[in-house]
Design a protein around this ligand. Sequence first.
Ligand SMILES: [Zn+2]
Length: 161
Amino acid sequence: MANLSSWNELRSGYGCPLCLPRPEIDLRAFFVCKLQASTLYLDRNQAYRGACIAIYDVRHATRPSELDPAEWRAFSDDVRVAESAVTRAFSPDHVNIEILGNTVPHLHVGIMPRYRSDPRWGHPIWTTSRDELARVPATDQQCAEIARLLQDAVAVIAGPD
Ligand SMILES: [Zn+2]
């Protein structure tokens, strides 16, 4: 967890690692596709197969209340498309939709497929300590394969441009 002064700077957008451009995002995430108001990335931790994140692209914002209604509708629709794509591609038993922003306060939504066989079925994936989180790092090739499945699903759900 960032200390309070650096968190306050991030909250204001200063030095925000999730504002565009995102030169280091590939260290933790793998580009899937551009959506209406966000970009979808695959989480490189694939302990929950298909886990991805939609990061708001339009500007720095931390919470939904900072978007006007049209911006929120566009971003919400992106989340609907992403969750639908994950469901279509991976047939999870459930999907958790998460907006936390505790570490990086730039509006982003985690789309976490859940499976009856997953390490924390019946509970949030989050644990008190990050060290306790289940981790299954994915290779570039695995990320590319999973991203392709999601891209195909988004194309079906979102339809032609
Ligand atoms: Zn930002």
